[in-house]
Design a protein around this ligand. Structure first.
Ligand code: ADE
Length: 314
């Protein structure tokens, strides 16, 4: 018998995309486990970024869990926050996985910091405000990015930030949510809890707790924010040394300094984020999430409900 055609229950059938639905263009990003292409949706003409992952390589390098985590994080994040990359669709063929993403046509924040040597105060303030709104959304959705850095922050066609690369992201379980530092990065393997034996992320931006205890929380992203704000304001990385090991030593000793010309308001903001104890970082323990960021003197005059258009980069 044919079921009654109750139109309110009938879902439009969305056909899975295939590679032939897109015209693939130039490579716009490369990682250890993926290549990102600029592509055009044949049907709509819309430009997208397609992240392509080789299945055999992922399996060989035991990165399946990370790929699944990236997809799940992006699914949870959806399209509500303009400052976070949007996953439009995923598909696969026999050899590859494909993630269809927002195309951020103005490239990496890192490129623009290098181009301008450093950003002026208005730009630092504006882009820090956009990043705070993005982190607030990640927090709301219980996701820690864990690899925030100027290479993973892109600019869209209007020069708004787009945070990308959720390959290291962590989805906090219900019982871990709201704890400033309450979770350890454990893998569940064959019913046993196993601690990761190396940190995730990038040496220069990794937080002390991720280094020492393989622990992370939203506060780990706040540490990285402090490092990024410093870099936008003076052009240099906060922790630099000849090897990852030496960078880690500097991180654990808070061995960094500010150039003389560094803006005092930005300096205070960075100092309040780059704090060893995760719970003590600015915003980490706010009853009203991120209220202490919004109230910081650096943001005096900012309308948090409407940041307006970005200032000219300089
Ligand atoms: N490079 C890596 N991912 C990208 C994206 N989504 N847009 C533009 N460039 C990128």
């Amino acid at each position: 018998m044919t079921p009654p055609n109750n139109s309110s229950q009938v879902q439009p059938e969305v056909r899975k995309k295939t590679p032939s639905d897109f015209i693939f263009g130039k490579v716009i990003g490369e990682g250890s486990f993926s290549t990102v292409y600029l592509a055009k949706d044949v049907q709509t003409g819309k430009e997208v970024a397609i992240k392509v992952l080789e299945k055999a390589h992922i399996i060989k390098e035991k990165k399946t869990e990370y790929v699944m985590r990236e997809k799940e994080s992006l699914r949870i994040l959806g399209s509500s926050c303009p400052y976070i990359v949007h996953l439009y669709s995923t598909f696969q063929d026999s050899q590859r996985l494909y993630f269809v993403l927002t195309y951020a046509s103005n490239g990496e924040l890192l490129k623009h910091i290098k181009l301008h040597k450093q950003f002026n105060f208005d730009c630092v303030r504006y882009y820090t405000a956009e990043l705070i709104l993005a982190l607030e959304y990640l927090h709301l959705k219980s996701i820690v990015h864990r690899d925030l850095k100027p290479e993973n922050i892109l600019f869209d066609h209007n020069f708004h930030v787009v945070i990308t690369d959720f390959g290291s992201a962590k989805i906090l379980r219900k019982d871990q949510q709201g704890e400033p530092n309450g979770d350890s990065d454990v893998n569940m393997q064959k019913g046993r809890q196993r601690r990761r034996n190396s940190f995730v992320g990038t040496a220069q931006f990794v937080s002390p707790e991720m280094l020492q205890e393989y622990k992370s929380s939203h506060a780990s992203d706040l540490w990285a924010l402090g490092c990024i704000v410093y870099q936008m304001a003076c052009g240099n990385m906060l922790f630099v040394a000849g090897s990852d090991y030496l960078i880690f030593q500097k991180i654990l000793k808070l061995d960094y300094s500010f150039p003389d010309s560094f803006d005092e308001r930005v300096k205070d903001f960075v100092e309040k984020l780059v704090v060893i104890e995760p719970n003590r970082r600015l915003g980490a323990s706010d009853a009203v999430p991120y209220s202490s960021h919004r109230e910081h003197e650096m943001f005096e005059g900012i309308n948090w409900n409407d940041l307006g258009p970005p200032p000219q980069l300089s």
